[in-house]
Design a protein around this ligand. Structure first.
Ligand code: DOR
Ligand code: ZN
Length: 344
């Protein structure tokens, strides 16, 4: 069986920098025409000048023959100015701003300490139509890790949504029923991205036969009823939900550690794994809109015209990829099979 789709885009991606960037970029560029590139480098991509330099490094790392457009983002801080937002809008290559609550995840130390501090920048984003991409988890250590998304929606996102009713808002990597419900019921232009790992796995995957660091990400995997709500949202045809892998490469030594990093690497088989999810849900006919139409429509960008083909032919994922400098990258499904293959 074959499936031909408009070339998809990845609306949430970590590309890193240096040798890691060169190692992972081909996986994404083989599958996707464009990707929203996360700004959580160290130091973060805070200004349009930072984003221009990072964009040039990404394009320089792109293997010849692959067409790929990185859609850059800025990292929101307590000090982001409305002038920087205006410069971002004018740049033509910065397409969104990412809001990490300070300390919420990998390289989020420089994030926003209290959302009110970022209001001047967010106001400018609303006026200029620049989307705000949200890592939706509270950092309050009193709140149970599995409840952090739901509590964030109640404490931070609802008030933000009401204060800036015209702001384009994307709740990134939704992991709960509450997240789906928020996107569906929020007033104003609201969307949500769904990762393939949150569609495929529930929290049992963290503990199957022992501790599984390569299934650890943030927001952490949730219970099965939440996963089912995500699959329902992704396959429903609702244009407010679209593809964002959150593929997040880390060296195996940083994952297999007494204090392992959060992040699951899926870029090597991303669209193929989404095809598995849609096939299992009996909704393969809705994969193209989710992967290729809803994202550009929300961002106000043209849909892609090129096409890709997926073939129903299992292949084995390598045990590891080379991340450069002697580091290994363990991908999702390492040493196991994926049901769909890219190409005819
Ligand atoms: O699991 C994650 N990894 N979640 C994030 O929010 C960040 C990402 C990363 O950069 O590694
Ligand atoms: Zn991310």
């Amino acid at each position: 069986m074959q499936l031909t789709l408009t070339r998809p885009d990845d609306w949430h991606l970590h590309l890193r920098d240096g040798a890691a960037l060169a190692a992972v970029l081909p996986h994404t560029a083989e599958r996707f025409a464009r990707a929203i590139v996360m700004p959580n480098l160290k130091p973060p991509v805070r200004t349009v000048a930072d984003a221009a330099a990072y964009r040039a490094r990404i394009l320089a790392a792109l293997p010849p023959g692959l067409a790929f457009e990185p859609l850059m983002t800025l990292y929101l801080t307590d000090h982001t100015t409305p002038e920087e937002i205006a410069a971002a809008r004018a740049s033509g290559f910065v397409h969104a701003v990412k809001y990490y609550p300070a300390g919420a995840t990998t390289h989020a130390e420089a994030g926003v300490t209290a959302v009110q501090r970022a209001y001047p920048a967010i106001e400018a984003m609303q006026e200029l139509g620049v989307p705000l991409l949200v890592h939706g988890e509270v950092t309050d250590p009193e709140v149970d890790v599995f409840d952090r998304e739901a509590v964030f929606i109640e404490r931070v996102l609802m008030p933000l949504r009401l204060r800036f009713p015209r702001l384009k808002l994307v709740l990134e990597h939704i992991t709960t029923r509450e997240g789906v419900e928020f996107v569906r019921s929020a007033p104003g232009p609201t969307a949500g991205t769904l990762t393939v790992h949150h569609l495929l796995l529930n929290r049992n995957a963290l503990f199957r036969g022992g501790l599984r660091p390569h299934h650890y990400c943030l927001p952490v995997l949730k219970r099965e009823p939440h996963r089912l709500a995500l699959v329902e949202a992704a396959t429903s045809g609702d244009p407010r939900f679209f593809l964002g892998t959150d593929s997040a490469p880390h060296a195996h030594t940083d994952k297999e550690s007494a204090c392992g990093c959060a992040g699951i690497y899926t870029a090597h088989a991303a669209i193929e794994l989404y095809a598995e999810v849609f096939e299992q849900a009996g909704a393969l006919d809705r994969l193209e809109a989710f992967a290729s139409f809803h994202g550009p429509d929300f961002y106000g960008l043209p849909r892609n015209s090129a096409r890709i083909t997926l073939t129903r032919e299992p292949w084995r994922v390598p045990a590891a990829y080379d991340l450069g400098h002697g580091r290994r990258l363990i991908p999702l499904r390492a040493g196991e099979t994926v049901a769909w293959r890219l190409g005819a």
